[in-house]
Design a protein. Structure first.
Length: 173
């Protein structure tokens, strides 16, 4: 996430691929140990149910996380658009000279449309950077919690039941 804060639409392919590769590698180093720790202390008969519950929690957590980050992205885009648009006035010297006065002429509808498109583009870039900062701050404490994980102790294998005893007999006792 730290590397993604600086991304713009002009990102080069190497930065995109290397960051995505490292992110995928990091997820593997997080979720595999999490699975091992989650199931290591459970008896074998409970592992199927535990896998279902863990999968449910991960899916719901992912959905909530995506919803929150999407909300923050849209909100930040709107706020940044409003802040940037505050400085877009006919009295702004930067908009009165050079190519800006030709392309973003406020007397021309196409110029206003182009100016709004550029303000929206810049607001979106800032909003994504803010979203990546948020995700960085959320993931850092989670990553630090991994340091608290310890190797689980070995559990003895489940003893096989005698063949004569029906499986439902334990429930009736």
């Amino acid at each position: 996430m730290w590397k993604m804060i600086d991304w713009t639409p002009e990102i080069d392919m190497w930065s995109l691929c290397s960051t995505s590769f490292l992110q995928g590698l990091g997820l593997g180093f997080v979720f595999i140990p999490l699975q091992v720790v989650s199931f290591a202390t459970l008896e074998a008969k409970y592992r199927g149910d535990a896998a279902a519950i863990l999968s449910l929690i991960r899916n719901v957590g992912s959905a909530v996380g995506i919803s929150i980050s999407s909300f923050l992205l849209v909100q930040s885009t709107q706020i940044m658009h409003a802040r940037i648009a505050e400085s877009v006035t006919p009295y702004n010297r930067m908009l009165q000279t050079g190519g800006a006065s030709l392309f973003w002429n406020d007397l021309n509808p196409a110029g206003l449309e182009g100016l709004n498109a550029e303000v929206t583009r810049q607001a979106t870039i800032i909003a994504y950077a803010n979203d990546f900062k948020f995700l960085l701050w959320v993931s850092m404490p989670s990553a630090l919690l991994l340091l608290l994980l310890r190797k689980p102790g070995a559990r003895p294998a489940v003893a096989a039941r005698p063949a004569a005893e029906p499986e439902h007999a334990a429930v009736l006792d």
